[in-house]
Each structure stands twice: as C-alpha cells, then as structure tokens.
Design a protein. Sequence first.
Length: 169
Amino acid sequence: MDASQITSFVASTHQVFSTMLSLTVTAGRPYTCCTVPKFENEVSGIIGMSGDMQGMVVLSFPTATARNVIRAFTGMDMDPNSPDFADAVGELVNMISGAAKAKFEGKNVSISCPSVVIGKGHKVQQPSDAVCITIPFDCPGGPFSVEVAIKNAKSAAQPASSQTAVKAA
C-alpha cells in the first residue's frame, strides 16, 4: 500500500462527510494498526475489496459518534439496534470505499456489499498478509477511524480457481 492510496481514503472521507452530511472532518496522522493501541470502536462498517487490489476497509465509530453521524446523514435520530442504522453505516463505508477506489487509476477493483458489526469491544481482524493503516478522524459529531488493509494482487501467481474465488467474494 502506498501513500497515494491512503490519500485516496482521506480525500474520499472528506468528500463524503462534506457532501452527504455537511460535516467537516479533520484527519489525524495515519498509523499502522499494530503500532498504536486499537481504536476503541462499537460500530463498524466493513467492506471488502477484490481484483487488482485485495483487502478490506473498516469505518469505525464509538456509539455516540455513530449516532451523531447517522443523524447528520439521515436527518433523524436512530437507535443503534434499528436495521436502518446499520444500513446507514453500511452506506457510508460504501460511499467512502467507492470514491477511494475511483481514484485508483489503472486498477480493476471491485468492492463487496458492506457488513456492519455493532457491539462493545468487538475487533475486526484485518488480513494478516496486508499492512493495516488506521486513519483517525474527528468531526463535530465525534472521533472515528477508517482502517485500510489492502495489498496489490499477485494475479499471475494465483491459480485460476483462486482468482475466481476472490472475484466472487
């Protein structure tokens, strides 16, 4: 993963929060997930990436921040147990990941349907063969992070059946 890919996620997060939520975000200094204690999250939107770049993106919030952000996004206060709350978190990670992947010039990248995990103390295990970068953010709604763990695919080294399985994921 190179600096331009991280910059793509920072720019995409700024763009989505500004355009869709009318919130200004401030990015902190990115760090590898293993060098700093894990961001304490209670709400995580997760999306997979496949194709020329493989891995995952996780948008993580403390519950209070998630509620504030979702209120800005939807115009209503939602209970975190509501299916609409999870859908809104999933849509945010989808928009951020989609905008970032559009900046990966010359790369054929697909993103999966998002998944959302809600619960205190959960941990999202990133792929062990990809460097995980956490980008901390702050906004008027509170702190959150975008974790990116992607790697360039080695399609020539993979057997055809592995390529098919990865693309279907």
